[in-house]
Design a protein around this ligand. Structure first.
Ligand SMILES: CSCCC(=O)C(=O)COP(=O)(O)O
Ligand code: MG
Length: 245
């Protein structure tokens, strides 16, 4: 796999990061985070049934399954079915985010990053490149994820956090246009790193630059990333901004 260089003048002002499969192992999410949330959905739904975020997420679950009267047990069953399918349904992610952020704060959970990721993020941040996140994981989950890394609190490295609630579905170009507008940066100077071809296609359709991150063992590794430039690790991605040239 050849290294990707973005070193033309004014190449990149901002990098937007996908998490699962890109900065971090899908295996960790599925084997550690998913069981943690699965075992706590029941308690969350019964003990915090009046929490506005829970109320809103439960209403969204009922709407998605087409059962306006679904009780807590039915809602929990739907959440677990989506977990089994790894379906990135927004209310599932909202409820997982509530559970995980408490788990991270309590010290039950510590996030995972591939070895090449944190050095690259520090390098890019030091070079003046803004780092943002766009993940199906909720903003609350993303914040906890970066705050509780094996190397401590990484939140000072990252700027804005986007999820399917505040930006929209990751496979739709409109979501990336929304982020461009919110960030106030040129689409053509924004680089999206993701493992999923559908997300990369949507970002490119919105005028973003893209690099597909293909890590052996990840679910999308065999499928590849189509026509997008690709990198096996963040070490292969050389970035610079106008100000550094
Ligand atoms: C800290 S987010 C936890 C991972 C997760 O639930 C998820 O759905 C990540 O999906 P991504 O869009 O980052 O591939
Ligand atoms: Mg991903």
């Amino acid at each position: 796999m050849s290294a990707v260089r973005y070193d033309a003048v004014g190449a990149v002002d901002a990098v937007v990061l996908d998490i699962e499969g890109t900065t971090s192992a899908t295996g960790f999410v599925v084997d550690v985070l998913y069981p943690y949330s699965r075992s706590r959905f029941g308690a969350l739904l019964s003990e915090r049934s009046t929490d506005p975020e829970v109320v809103r997420a439960v209403a969204q679950v009922r709407e998605l399954i087409g059962e306006p009267e679904a009780d807590a047990a039915r809602v929990e069953r739907a959440l677990n079915e989506w977990l089994d399918e790894d379906r990135k349904a927004t209310p599932l992610k909202t409820l997982q985010g509530l559970i995980w952020s408490e788990g991270f704060a309590r010290g039950d959970l510590v996030s995972h990053f591939y070895d090449d990721v944190l050095p690259a993020l520090r390098r890019w941040h030091a070079a003046g490149i803004a780092l943002h996140v766009y993940s199906s994981g909720s903003v609350a989950a993303q914040r906890a994820w970066f705050a509780s890394s094996p190397e401590g609190d990484l939140l000072p490295l990252v700027g804005e956090l986007y999820d399917t609630e505040n930006a929209g579905p990751k496979q739709e170009a409109a979501s990336y246009r929304r982020i461009t507008e919110a960030l106030g940066v040129d689409a053509g100077r924004t680089l999206f790193l993701s493992d999923r071809p559908g997300e990369l296609d949507a970002a490119r359709a919105a005028g973003w630059r893209t690099v597909g991150v293909r890590r052996p063992g990840e679910p999308y590794y065999e499928q590849g990333v189509g026509e997008h430039p690709e990198a096996g690790t963040f070490d292969e991605i050389t970035l610079s901004t106008r100000s550094t040239l």
